[in-house]
Design a protein around this ligand. Structure first.
Ligand SMILES: Nc1ncnc2c1ncn2[C@@H]1O[C@H](COP(=O)(O)OP(=O)(O)OP(=O)(O)O)[C@@H](O)[C@H]1O
Ligand SMILES: [Mg+2]
Length: 565
């Protein structure tokens, strides 16, 4: 109470606050809901989700990151779980479902420890140690792979696509993805391989079937050959990349030309023609048979180029010209007088092709394509988008193996192995931390358990059998969900994953779970003071506009007439 008897407000009126146990159990409950929502989609036998956004657009997918990106989550702890998936996706590109399920399970089991009055910081410290140890175990059990291990690359790419809707085409999509990554991978100065996914462009075009999806070692331009008289195909193309226009430049100021006789008009036109002819002659002399121009090409110049059998494209984007320069090794010229033969770009093939109703220029078989294009085909947009997501995962996984050079067997084998070894490690710790590490180990089992459950198998039965196999020294024993058999070595049947995917899943899940466990006070500010963006978009849908005036969250706007909303 102040002197005047007025209460003192520390926080803005309407602020919601939950503390202590309530805050924690709310957060854990929200996080578990998120984990639960993707659980059934894990693994090759997982189910797909159909998501409909507020505009009615439909997405059908099995991809954890996509599912969580599409659902509009409000609860702050639930949002943190969505972040787990996003981190996993941006760091390694696969294993998003795994990481979220694991984070949910960690929290579920931590809750039991909290009920036994174990302090959250003891739990998070135990989780930190367990996570570090688990990573060590995963590193230790890994097999060496890398860019030269084509079999390893192919198996990893196929495994990550076997859980996608388009898995029937995984063989061919894996080849396309591996072809793309190996084409753009570069050895850095310290001898490590680096593959930058941004150098792989994705173009989508409805029509044909998924199997028509192809890798273009070069670039596709959404352009046509400029004149019908020109060739539509050029083999062993020597490409002139031109930034300036092939036109007679207009003066910058208004000039008046006094023409007094018909001959003078002719002279004027002849001079223009002569200048354009000289331009084209210079190009012909350089040996170029393809011209890619950022600006316009005059009709007369087009005519001369056609006569010389040169294929020309005009008004190409600057960024495309730069990409072409990289891919073909050609210099971008601003002045035709500077052209030299050595600085032309090279491509094995330049061709205009009709894809559905559009004509595109394909510039392929470049010497050192520092950028490549994957042209995705498919019957409908929904399928094409899912192929895109599958290829994204395959590209990431291939990059992971190329860069990190380590793989493990899949199907939950690494998780079972790590859990077994962690339990042994826990015994060396003693005390309450031991409990936390054991809980962490138990949480790892959720992956093989969920994989089995989604395939309609008995979780406990499968887990017992697999543990026995692992204790007998079979570190990659797991259940092959395609055949339903227990396999002693998943690697032998080609179910393979990059080690970094497994490690990152553990890292991001542990971080998120620990962060959620350390929160004992949730202070939620007044929503909506800034207008509609702060409103919970889901819940408001059915309300008549007038109802908004009474909402606490809209405090600042309560006085506005409904029409103003
Ligand atoms: N033939 C198979 N038998 C058993 N397990 C398999 C098989 N193929 C893949 N898996 C396993 O399925 C799991 C991956 O499933 P899924 O791709 O649905 O989830 P994710 O990779 O965690 O998430 P997302 O791909 O959505 O980012 C991995 O544990 C992988 O080893
Ligand atoms: Mg996956």
């Amino acid at each position: 109470m102040g002197l005047s008897g007025q209460p003192i407000y520390i926080m803005r009126e309407g602020t919601e606050r939950t503390r202590g146990k309530d805050a924690m159990s709310n957060n854990i409950a929200a996080a578990k809901v998120i984990a639960e929502s993707v659980r059934t989609s894990l693994g090759p036998r997982g189910m797909d989700k159909m998501l409909v956004d507020q505009f009615g657009d439909v997405v059908i997918t099995n991809d954890g990151a996509t599912i969580l990106k599409e659902i509009d989550v409000q609860h702050p702890a639930a949002k943190m779980m969505v972040e787990v998936a996003k981190t996993q996706d941006s760091e390694v590109g696969d294993g998003t479902t795994t990481s979220v399920i694991f984070a949910g399970e960690l929290l579920k089991r931590a809750e039991k420890l909290l009920q036994q009055k174990i302090h959250p910081t003891v739990i998070t410290e135990g989780f930190r140690k367990a996570s570090a140890k688990a990573i060590e175990i995963l590193e230790g059990m890994s097999i060496k792979s890398g860019i030269d291990d084509r079999e390893g690359l192919k198996n990893a790419a196929m495994t990550c696509m076997s859980s996608k809707i388009v898995s029937e085409s995984k063989d061919m999509l894996a080849d396309v993805s591996i072809g793309a990554i190996t084409a753009i991978a570069e050895k850095s100065e310290n001898g490590n391989w680096v593959a930058d996914i941004d150098k792989v462009q994705i173009q989508k075009k409805e029509g044909e079937s998924i199997d028509e999806t192809s890798l273009i070692k070069g670039i596709i331009l959404d352009k046509e050959v400029v004149s019908p008289g020109m060739p539509k195909i050029a083999k062993d193309a020597k490409i002139l990349l031109l930034q300036s226009a092939m036109e007679i430049e207009k003066t910058e100021f208004d000039a008046k030309l006094q023409i007094t006789s018909p001959e003078q008009i002719q002279q004027f036109l002849d001079e223009e023609e002569r200048m354009l002819r000289t331009m084209v002659e210079k190009i012909v002399n350089s040996g170029a048979n393809v011209v890619v121009c950022q600006k316009g090409i005059d009709d007369m110049a087009q005519h001369f180029l056609s006569k010389a059998g040169i294929l020309a494209i005009r008004r190409v984007k600057k960024s495309d010209l730069e990409k072409l320069s990289k891919a073909t090794g050609g210099t971008i010229f601003t002045n035709i007088n500077d052209i030299t033969q050595d600085n032309l770009g090279f491509a094995g093939l330049v061709e205009e092709r009709k894809i559905m109703n559009d004509s595109w220029i394909f510039i392929e078989e470049c010497k050192e394509p520092k950028s490549v294009v994957i042209l995705i085909r498919g019957g409908t947009e929904l399928i094409i988008d899912e192929v895109d997501r599958a290829i994204h995962d395959a590209l990431c996984v291939t990059r992971d193996v190329v860069e990190d050079q380590k793989i493990v067997g899949g199907g939950g084998a690494p998780e079972i192995e790590a859990a077994i070894q962690l339990r042994k490690y826990a015994q060396t710790l003693g005390g309450r931390e031991q409990l936390a590490v054991e809980v962490f180990a138990d949480a790892l089992d959720i992956i093989p358990k969920t994989l089995a459950e989604n395939a309609g198998l008995d979780q406990i039965d499968v887990l017992m059998k697999l543990r026995a196999a692992h204790q007998g020294g079979k570190k990659f024993a797991a259940h092959d969900l395609e055949t339903g058999d227990i396999v002693e070595n998943m690697m032998a049947i080609g179910v393979v994953e990059p080690t970094v995917v497994k490690i990152q899943a553990i890292k991001s899940a542990t971080e998120a779970a620990s962060m959620i466990l350390r929160i004992d006070d949730v202070i939620a500010g007044v929503k909506g003071a800034g207008g509609p963006p702060g409103m919970p978009s889901g819940g408001m849908g059915g309300m008549p506009p007038g109802a908004m005036g009474g909402m606490g969250g809209m405090g600042g706007m309560g006085g506005l007439p409904p029409g103003m909303m």
